[in-house]
Design a protein around this ligand. Structure first.
Ligand SMILES: NC(=O)c1ccc[n+]([C@@H]2O[C@H](COP(=O)([O-])OP(=O)(O)OC[C@H]3O[C@@H](n4cnc5c(N)ncnc54)[C@H](O)[C@@H]3O)[C@@H](O)[C@H]2O)c1
Length: 453
């Protein structure tokens, strides 16, 4: 099938590459010409496991190409997938202008029947606005060309995007016309014949389902983080609590990890958009508002712990391990690390950071960066520091010997923001260790206060 994909970001590029890899002929379009040039050279421009190899395979066999010309893409495709950004506006609502702009562009160039698929995460009612934008584009040319719009929200996770796209739990399509359902079912058949169901529903249900999924996942994270605070206070270990909860089949084991909270380009933005959507129709989402509030507080939990151990953080040296919003990606959009570093710098601390993939943080550019540096070597970041904070649970941090690491520090305090060092093993001198919600279960590793003050 001939497919065009608008937007060559995380979702668009993965979608285009994976659809090409299962036998379709795909043209991926982006407004960013520099990006199109780098993609043409086989460079994804961001880190995503397995993407580079799959992309170069598809470029080589001609099933995938990149273009700056929407006209060329629209004229040569039956399915047009919209995968552009829908960032938050100041009031929390999703800015769908990029999606509508693509709709209008498609209308301007459509010459034969096409299915326009909205893959971007958009508020309920946006697909109807896309339909109008396409109609406006057609009207400018005074043409009548039949088309159908379909909602096809994407559920891939960065860091596992290729695997998720090719082995989805389900593919969701909302449409009004049988023809659109059938065409998309055929497009996804190489995938859904092996993994996941093809779920048909109304456009509005598909739009809302995406927000409901992200809201539920974020709720589980904040729920566990709130329990982690309680566990700390009452001397219980949240890992045992999560083990018990996860073994209950009604609850299931996923998304029960306490930590420094969620970030990324989706959860914070989508929760705000859901709250905004509800308020625009006179409803309030009190659970989701609390989820966001708990999460904001959770980003700062390690800083509070450090302050409770060291007092004033001004002049203190903090090492941070992990900058991306989660492992296996270099995406730092709304990453907890950014809130933590910003807060530390504001309190007068200096920060030395390490991340396997993130080598700079543009989001901090408005701040004085003289006391902030990113290091190639994770041990170099730790040398001479007062606290090591683990923010992102990259695998390479899991097996370190904390005795060796803390021997490099001025004050041996380890704050494990992802509970990766569950069974603390160490050689050498003792150190202070705190996870999130580990309560009194780790007191044997805690030094007397006077040794760390
Ligand atoms: N990133 C994720 O993990 C994820 C997962 C599921 C859903 N989503 C949703 O998918 C959408 C895209 O997210 P993303 O992370 O891929 O965004 P992104 O910012 O990485 O990429 C968007 C791309 O669209 C391009 N673009 C903007 N206007 C364009 C136009 N008129 N024509 C062609 N290209 C245009 C931009 O240049 C950019 O390269 C969002 O709605 C997001 O909420 C994201």
């Amino acid at each position: 099938m001939r497919v065009s994909v608008f937007g060559a970001g995380y979702v668009g590029l993965v979608t285009a590459t994976c659809l090409a890899s299962v036998g379709h002929s795909v043209i991926c379009v982006d407004v960013d010409r520099r990006r199109i040039a780098e993609l043409g050279r086989g460079e994804p421009g961001f880190y995503e496991p397995n993407l580079r190899d799959l992309m170069s395979m598809c470029l080589d066999d001609g099933s995938l190409c990149f273009s700056s010309s929407p006209e060329h893409a629209v004229r040569n495709s039956l399915v047009h997938i919209v995968a552009v950004g829908t960032p938050s506006q100041p009031d929390g609502s999703a800015d769908v202008s990029q999606v509508l702009a693509v709709g209008n562009t498609i209308g301007k160039h459509l010459t034969k029947f096409g299915v326009v698929v909205v893959k971007s995460t958009v508020p309920v009612g946006t697909n109807e606005r896309v339909e109008s934008a396409i109609a406006d584009g057609l009207q400018e040319r005074e043409e009548l060309v039949p088309f159908a719009v379909a909602s096809n929200p994407e559920f891939l996770r960065e860091g596992k995007a290729v695997e998720d796209f090719l082995r989805p739990d389900r593919v969701v399509v909302g449409a009004r016309h049988k023809r659109a359902f059938n065409i998309l079912e055929e497009m996804y058949r190489p995938i859904t014949s092996v993994h996941g169901d093809f779920l048909r529903m109304s456009i509005r249900s598909a739009e809302l389902a995406k927000y409901a999924c992200n809201s539920m996942l974020a709720t589980r994270v904040s729920f566990m983080n709130e329990f982690a605070e309680l566990a700390d206070t009452v001397g219980a270990d949240i890992l045992d609590v999560a083990r018990v909860m996860g073994s209950d089949r009604r609850i299931g084991p996923h998304f029960l990890n306490a930590g420094v909270g969620f970030g990324g380009s989706c959860f914070p933005k989508d929760l705000k958009a859901t709250i905004n959507l509800a308020s625009s129709v006179g409803r309030s989402m009190s659970i989701l508002s609390s989820v966001c509030q708990v999460n904001d507080f959770q980003h700062l939990t390690l800083i509070e712990r450090a302050a409770s151990l060291l007092g004033d953080l001004s002049g203190k040296r903090i090492a941070i391990w992990g900058l991306s919003f989660k492992p296996e990606t270099d995406d730092i959009r709304e990453a907890p690390s950014v809130s933590v570093i910003r807060q530390l710098l504001m309190q007068g601390a200096s920060v030395k950071a390490h991340d396997p993939k993130v080598k700079w943080l543009p989001l901090l550019s408005s701040m004085d960066q003289s006391s902030f540096s990113i290091h190639e070597d994770k041990l170099e970041a730790v040398e001479g520091s007062d606290v090591l904070m683990l923010i992102t649970e990259w695998n390479e941090y899991r097996d370190v010997d904390l005795g060796v690491v803390t021997a490099l520090m001025r004050t041996p305090i380890v704050l494990d923001g992802r509970n990766v060092w569950r069974d603390v093993k160490h050689s050498g001198r003792p150190y202070t260790y705190f996870g999130v919600g580990r309560g009194e279960s780790l007191t044997q590793h805690v030094l007397p206060r006077e040794m760390v003050g």
